[in-house]
Structures are given as C-alpha cells and as structure tokens.
Design a protein around this ligand. Sequence first.
Ligand SMILES: [Zn+2]
Length: 175
Amino acid sequence: MDAIDQVVLNSRLHYLGMDARVIEPRMKLAVLTCMDARVDAASLLGLRPGDAHVIRNAGGRATHDAMNAMALSQGILGTREIMVMHHTECALQRFTETQLAERISTATHQPFTELLGCFTDPIEAIRDDVRRLIEYKSLVHRDKIRGFLYDLATNTIAEVKMPLGVPRNPQAGLG
Ligand SMILES: [Zn+2]
C-alpha cells in the first residue's frame, strides 16, 4: 500500500467536530517551523485544531513564500504573534547548499539551482528569520515575533533572544 493510501485510511479515524467552524485561529498565533517529520508541532506545543496557523518548509526559514503566508495569517485571519521554531539535526545544517543541489541534480538528472536556506549556526539562522519577519512591513503585528530552537535530543524548546539593537517593537512611534 502506498503511504498516501495509508494516510487516507487514517483520516477516517480523525474527528474534527466543532473545530471545523473555527476560521480565525483561537490563539491568534502563527508558528513557522521545519518540515522535519520528527517535529510534531501540534503535539509539542499543545495545539488543537483551530488554535494556530502552522507554516512549514525546509528549515522553518522565513522565505518569501512563508512571509506571504504570515501576511495572510495576520492581515486576513487575525493572528498577532509569530513563533519561529527551528530544530537540532536539521538537514539544512548538516549539508551545504552545494551538497544538497548536487544530490538533487544527481537523483533527477536535472540541474538544481534553487537556494534551500542552508545554515551553519542554528542560533544565527533563527535570528535572521526573526529579523526578516520583524522588518517585513506587510505584517500587521511585529511586536511579538520570537525565535526558538527545538532540541530533539532533550525534547525541549529554548528561546533565542535577539541581540541588542534589534527593535523589539518596530511599530512603536509610528502613527
Ligand atoms: Zn529541519
């Protein structure tokens, strides 16, 4: 059986109920995290259906696409806080852009020139993504954007504080 057939069967056991009526996330929270299969964002963070947006990509990076999703999340669907959560043992840290591109190219026999967001310092990567979001003017709320590192070995998350000099509330003083 294909994995997709398996998950289609699994879906028959899922009960949604009244949560299906919630459109705007109850906690007014959006989480940006990695697609890594070990990162169970809902379970880890205690999120139930209807609670929060969870946007995932390779690395949990603040890519153009992820930032657009955040603009929609805040501007249309009423979220106010953003949690950026990267994790230890991320593939984007274990490999370089060149290594990943070569492996994809070799497997597909096609050139692959996209940047995937590889990083060497996980703390700096989180700070970069938080900074990009704080500076993104299409977000309604930029005063509660915080970064975290999820340590898979200890199953704990730790906040990554921003260095001094990064405005915590870029809206302060405006209008
Ligand atoms: Zn990852």
